[in-house]
Design a binder for this molecule. Structure first.
Ligand code: NAD
Length: 339
C-alpha cells in the first residue's frame, strides 16, 4: 500500500466503512500544496477493493495536475464509493459519506463524478459544506464546453495561423452534455460540423438544428477535417487509431484521450497538434471550484478564458523544445506541484 502511495506521490489515503448503510469509501488526497484537494466522487462496482483504491489514487493525481494548470488554489483528490450489489437507502449511504468528508476538516472537497448525481451531492451537503455540484450549483458541463471552445480557438491559432473558426471542418465524437453544447458554439462561429454519436437521436438533432453532417461512429476518427474533437470516452487515441487520423489538430473534452503517453509523441511526429485533455477540459473544474469559493459569474467566465492562454503557453514551449504539448503540460504541472 505504501509503495503504491509513494509511486503516485499520494499525500494521504482515507478509508471508512459503515455497516448500517453499506458505505465503503476511499478518499485519496494527492497534493494540497496549492489548496484543499478537490475532485469527484465515483460510485461504481469494482472487482476488488485494491482496484478501487488504485482508481482513487490515479484519479486524484490527475486532479492535482488539472487544478494546477487551471490556475486554481486547489489540490487534487478523488473519492471512490464501492457500489454494493444492493443498497436499501441510497440517500442514507451518501449522508454517511458526507459525515466522513466532514471528519477531514476541509482537506477534501467532493463533486459529481461517474455514477453520482447532484441529488447525491445534496445528501452529502446535509452533513458537510465541503461539497460542490449540488442541485443548486447546477451542471458544470456548459462551462466545460465553454473552456473547450476557447481552447479550440487557441489550437486553431497555433496550428492554422488564425483563431477565426469560420469555415473550418470540425469533427466531434460524442454529442453528450459537453459535446452538444460545444457543437452549438462552433456552429455559431461558422464551423462546418461533422458529428457522430452512438445515440442516433443526438446526431439527428445536430443535423436538424445545427446543419451538421452525420458520420458513422466507426468512420469519424478517419474523416478528413481541420480539428478532431473527442467528447465521448477516454482511450480514443491509441496504437490502432492514431495512424488513421486525417486532421491538423486534436482538441476535445474527453478525459484520458491518450491510451498511453507515447501516443503524444506519435501525434507530434505526424504533425498533429494535441491539446492536452486535462488542460482544455478544465472548465467544469474551474466552475465548481470558483462557485464553491463564492466567485461571481463574471469572474468565473474570465477565468475560463485563461484556458486558451495556458494552451498557447504550452504550444509555444512545445514548439521551442520540439516536444509534445502533453509532455510540456505534465512538466509544467509538476513544477507547480513540486518545484
Ligand atoms: P456524456 O455521457 O453526456 O456524453 C458522452 C457522449 O458520447 C454520449 O452521447 C455517448 O453516446 C457518446 N459516445 C460514447 N462513445 C462514443 C463513440 N465511440 N462514438 C461516438 N459517440 C460516442 O458525457 P459528457 O459529460 O458530455 O462528457 C464527455 C467527455 O468529457 C467524457 O470523457 C468526460 O469524462 C469528459 N469531461 C466532461 C466534463 C463535464 O463537465 N461533463 C468535464 C471534463 C471532462
Amino acid at each position: 500500500m505504501f509503495a503504491m502511495m509513494e509511486a503516485a506521490r499520494l499525500e494521504a489515503l482515507h478509508l471508512t466503512q459503515d455497516p448500517d448503510t453499506g458505505l465503503k469509501a476511499i478518499i485519496a488526497i494527492h497534493n494540497t500544496r496549492l489548496g484543499p484537494a478537490l475532485g469527484g466522487c465515483r460510485y461504481l462496482v469494482y472487482p476488488d477493493e485494491q482496484s478501487a483504491i488504485r482508481d482513487a489514487a490515479r484519479l486524484a493525481q490527475g486532479m492535482s495536475y488539472k487544478a494546477a494548470l487551471a490556475g486554481l488554489q486547489q489540490g487534487g483528490g478523488k473519492a471512490v464509493i464501492i457500489r454494493p450489489a444492493h443498497v436499501d437507502n441510497r440517500a442514507a449511504l451518501f449522508e454517511a459519506f458526507g459525515r466522513f468528508i466532514e471528519t477531514l476538516n476541509g482537506r477534501y472537497i467532493t463533486a459529481v463524478d461517474s455514477g453520482t448525481s447532484s441529488a447525491d451531492m445534496d445528501c452529502i451537503a446535509q452533513h458537510t459544506q465541503h461539497v460542490t455540484s449540488t442541485t443548486e450549483e447546477g451542471d458544470p458541463s456548459p462551462h466545460t464546453a465553454m473552456g473547450v471552445f476557447a481552447g479550440i480557438r487557441a489550437t486553431a491559432m497555433a496550428r492554422l495561423g488564425s483563431a477565426d473558426l469560420q469555415g473550418l471542418r470540425v469533427a466531434i465524437q460524442g454529442l453528450g452534455n459537453v459535446g452538444y453544447a460545444l457543437a452549438e458554439q462552433l456552429h455559431a462561429a461558422g464551423v462546418e460540423l461533422l458529428v457522430s454519436d452512438l445515440d442516433r437521436g443526438r446526431v439527428q438533432l445536430a443535423v436538424e438544428q445545427l446543419g451538421a453532417h452525420a458520420v458513422a461512429s466507426a468512420a469519424l476518427l478517419a474523416t478528413p477535417c481541420d480539428i478532431l474533437v473527442p467528447c465521448g470516452l477516454g482511450g480514443v487515441l491509441n496504437g490502432e487509431t492514431v495512424g488513421q487520423l486525417r486532421c491538423s489538430a486534436v482538441a476535445g473534452a474527453a478525459n484520458n484521450q491518450l491510451a498511453s503517453a507515447d501516443i503524444a509523441d506519435t501525434l507530434q511526429a505526424r504533425g498533429i497538434l494535441y491539446a492536452p485533455d486535462y488542460v482544455i477540459n478544465a472548465g467544469g473544474l474551474i466552475y465548481v471550484a470558483l462557485r464553491h469559493r463564492g466567485e461571481s459569474p463574471v469572474a468565473i467566465t474570465a477565468h475560463l478564458q485563461q484556458i486558451s492562454l495556458r494552451l498557447t503557453e504550452i504550444y509555444a514551449h512545445a514548439q521551442a523544445d520540439k516536444g509534445s504539448p502533453a509532455r510540456v503540460a505534465d512538466a509544467l504541472a509538476e513544477r507547480l506541484l513540486y518545484g
